[in-house]
Design a protein around this ligand. Structure first.
Ligand code: GA4
Length: 342
């Protein structure tokens, strides 16, 4: 028997090393050209089938995307002691390897910010203050443009679903109390991985996003994988000029399970660093999350117990990354199972 020993540099990270079936780049993610009249129908179909789609002709200036990415790279290249001044993440701020409060880890460095100026945490403010030239303008421009695109996409979703009130979803994010956040992720390359032949290093472990919708832009390094309906994992081909939009748990509930909150994860690369920036659109804390009445057929019942975003968020922060968080709120199965037990 051949026993592969682990490179010393990875000794502390055995939790992050997994054997994931090799997958080729998946070409099946629906591409939606937002300038085309059929966009709304394509979006709805994609949310039902994959819980994710890629948008092109999105109207976000390329310059905003490349500038923020360059600034983020600059930040992550600072000496560790400088970056640590913006941490630890609780949940906002700079974090390295630790994800969330319950022991999850990944081969990652990140910055988490609240996007609502009214509830911006002290930590978010100090990152912006200490690195003004890096963040202020670039983050502001980028987030404003991405938010506007997201509002338009959510209106297309409502329209595509045949709902008369087009802003029924977007208004939750345009609300001044919307609890949205923004994340910059940096996945450093790990050359030592090569020695682990066939095994993978987890950058961000499998999970679903708790919010309504997430909007991701990455550089050209692959790593993002999604889980298809049949349980197979596929690698999403990166596209640095497009956005990948995915359904969050709240949107799954608001469509009474018609849209699927997609399970996804990120694997680290041996040679290239991956950078991604994600806007997570969440509703106000007091918002009740329940199926939209206009989507319910006669006699159809909600699959979920009613909850507010604040209750769901609290419950999410008590969970581990891979837990099936909606399980606690399902009417039929009131237990939280880890994904591997499902
Ligand atoms: C997943 C989606 C977003 O990145 C995030 C994450 C959050 C965190 O990193 O602080 C969580 C995770 C995410 C879900 C379960 C909890 C909370 C880490 C974690 C273990 C910012 C979010 O809103 O939920």
């Amino acid at each position: 028997m051949v026993v592969l020993s682990q490179p010393a540099a990875l000794d502390h990270f055995s939790d992050l090393i997994k054997t994931c079936k090799p997958t080729g780049l998946f070409a099946g993610i629906p591409v939606v050209d937002l300038s085309r009249p059929d966009a709304k129908h394509r979006i709805v179909r994609a949310c039902e089938e994959y819980g994710m789609f890629k948008v092109i002709n999105h109207g976000v200036p390329l310059d905003f995307m490349t500038t923020l990415e360059a600034q983020a790279l600059k930040f992550f290249s600072l000496p560790q002691s400088e970056k640590d001044k913006a941490g630890p993440a609780d949940p906002c701020g700079y974090g390295s390897k630790r994800i969330g409060p319950n022991g999850d880890v990944g081969w990652i460095e990140y910055i988490l910010l609240n996007t609502n100026p009214k509830i911006t945490s002290h930590k978010s403010l100090s990152i912006l203050k200490e690195n003004p030239e890096i963040f202020c303008v670039a983050v502001e421009d980028y987030i404003t443009a991405v938010k506007n695109m997201t509002f338009a996409v959510l209106e297309m979703v409502a329209d595509g679903l045949g709902i008369e009130q087009r802003n029924v979803l977007s208004k939750l994010l345009t609300d001044e109390k919307s609890d949205s956040c923004f994340r910059l992720n940096y996945y450093p390359p790990c050359p030592e991985l090569q020695a682990l032949s066939g095994r993978n290093l987890i950058g961000f472990g499998e999970h679903t996003d708790p919010q309504i919708v997430s909007v991701l832009k990455s550089n050209n390094t692959s790593g993002l994988q999604i889980c298809l309906k049949d349980g197979t994992w596929v690698t999403v081909a990166p596209d640095q000029t497009a956005f990948f939009i995915n359904v969050g748990d709240c949107l799954q509930v608001m469509t009474n399970g018609r849209f699927k909150s997609v399970k996804h994860r990120v694997l680290a690369d041996t040679v290239s660093s991956r950078i991604s920036m994600i806007y997570f659109g969440g509703p106000p804390l007091s918002e009740k999350i329940a199926p939209l009445p206009s989507l319910m057929a006669e006699g159809e019942e909600s699959l979920y117990k009613e909850f507010t975003w604040s209750e769901y968020k609290k419950s999410a922060y008590r969970s581990r990354l891979a837990d099936y968080r909606l399980g606690l709120f399902e009417k039929s199965a009131p237990v939280m199972l880890s994904n591997s037990q499902r």
